[in-house]
Design a protein around this ligand. Sequence first.
Ligand SMILES: [Zn+2]
Length: 122
Amino acid sequence: MRSPRRCSRNGCPRQAVATLTYVYNESTAVVGPLAAFAEPHTYDLCEPHARSLTAPRGWDVVRHEGEFEPPPPTTDDLVALAEAVREAARPAPPRPDEIEGDPHTGPQTGRRGHLRVIPPSH
Ligand SMILES: [Zn+2]
């Protein structure tokens, strides 16, 4: 479990709802929705601090317009979601009609291994 993310400003006890990212090569400070993962040059901010942020001299501020979203679901929910997405993205097992091969290329060898089709006896 991870503790709730708090504003990164010294002494600020409020919960973070936004992430400040410094884009150094564009001299831009971006205040956007709370990032899912902490990265270098990013700082979590509470809403008052996100709204009141001012850029350093020579920098621009790009601020997310509108309401900041509430914090994302807990880590457990995120893990469950990620696993569900991975499960959905996993290739489906081959269907029986694909294993049988198609009439143009003949039966595919290798998949069925030792299995053989035994014609019915009369
Ligand atoms: Zn704050």
